[in-house]
Design a protein around this ligand. Structure first.
Ligand code: NAP
Length: 296
């Protein structure tokens, strides 16, 4: 039976370390890290994600500001709000919750966030710096996966890593990170997507399989090389009337089928999910300390 990678436990231990650093900052006379979240409109899932981020700020001793805007806000008005945060030296990190209303170009918004405050790591400068191996904010979910691999001492060098999904926020950065010359890198990487031919055969060659396609329980036993490490990034809400909430969370991997075959596997929930918020907090702490982009 495989080892279950306990993301909840790792996230809790990282949160304690971050809270400790925040205490030390404050004890040395500095202000706490300050994260700003922009939320446009009233998308239920976005509300939950942002509320969880604000809650984490409170738990770790960070300051937070939630800027809410009506869905009728113009793009120019939103860009001005972003610029105001850029210009405010008391605000360290800014996230703009996606999706945005259709009349607003998300790329323009992301590119307006100053790279030094882009703690989501979505700005092209941070993505480019990451690709070059320069200090950069790395997007939260891929960073969380790297931290899990590190925590469990999973050897990556020389392994074949297959990433399923090429999104800008998960699959693409994940593939770049896994090939870097880095303790959690040096893999030979195959990046797959919905147009990949023979996906099953590709996955069968993976020593490390990272599923980020958003299709519940898509990865079956037939995709798995015995002994592989399987990281399930997927998170889809499925109607489940037996639950109080009315839904259950499913990953992209059929856990029951796959777990007996692999060496390590992340469950859903309590796998990659809890790591994502911690990574965002870690980036905000780095921003407050001026580690990636030194403060003036
Ligand atoms: P996304 O933007 O929808 O991208 C999905 C990717 O999967 C696309 O590249 C798509 O290919 C590919 N794909 C879709 N169907 C496929 C198939 N049948 N075979 C191979 N590739 C296929 O999704 P995302 O934002 O990356 O998120 C992926 C999953 O991770 C979702 O379940 C999401 O909820 C979850 N997620 C979890 C966290 C967390 O904190 N745990 C964070 C972010 C996302 P094309 O490019 O060809 O369309």
């Amino acid at each position: 039976m495989s080892q279950i990678i306990d993301g909840k436990m790792v996230a809790e231990s990282m949160k304690s370390a971050i809270a400790q650093e925040v205490n030390e900052l404050i004890a040395s006379g500095k202000r706490p890290p300050h994260l700003v979240a922009i939320l446009v409109g009233e998308n239920g899932a976005s509300e939950t994600y942002v509320a969880n981020k604000v809650k984490s700020c409170g738990e770790l001793g960070f300051a937070s500001t939630l800027l809410r805007f009506d869905p009728t806000i113009t793009e120019a008005e939103l860009l001005k709000a972003v610029q105001d945060v850029n210009d405010n030296p008391e605000m360290d990190g800014l996230i703009v919750q996606l999706p945005l209303p259709n009349h607003i170009n998300p790329d323009r918004v992301m590119e307006t966030i100053h790279p030094s405050k882009d703690v989501d790591g979505f700005h092209p400068i941070n993505i480019g710096r990451m690709a070059k191996g320069l200090p950069a904010y790395i997007s939260a979910t891929p960073q969380g996966v790297l931290d899990l691999l590190a925590y469990y001492n999973i050897e990556t060098a020389g392994k074949h890593c297959v990433v399923v999904g090429r999104s800008q926020i998960v699959g693409l950065p994940m593939s770049i990170l896994m090939q870097r010359n880095h303790p959690q890198g040096n893999c030979t990487v195959t990046l797959t997507h919905s147009r990949t031919a023979n996906l099953e055969e590709m996955c069968q060659q993976a020593d490390i399989l990272i599923a980020a396609l958003g299709k519940p329980e898509f990865i079956k036993a037939a995709h798995i090389k015995p002994g592989a490490v399987v990281i399930d990034v997927g998170l889809t809400r499925i109607v489940d009337t037996s639950k109080k909430s009315g839904f259950a969370l499913k990953g992209d991997v059929d856990f029951e089928e796959v777990a007996p075959l692999c060496s390590n596997i992340t469950p859903v929930p309590k796998g990659v999910g809890p790591m994502t918020i911690v990574s965002l907090m870690k980036n905000t702490l780095l921003a407050a300390k001026g580690v990636i982009y030194p403060k003036n």
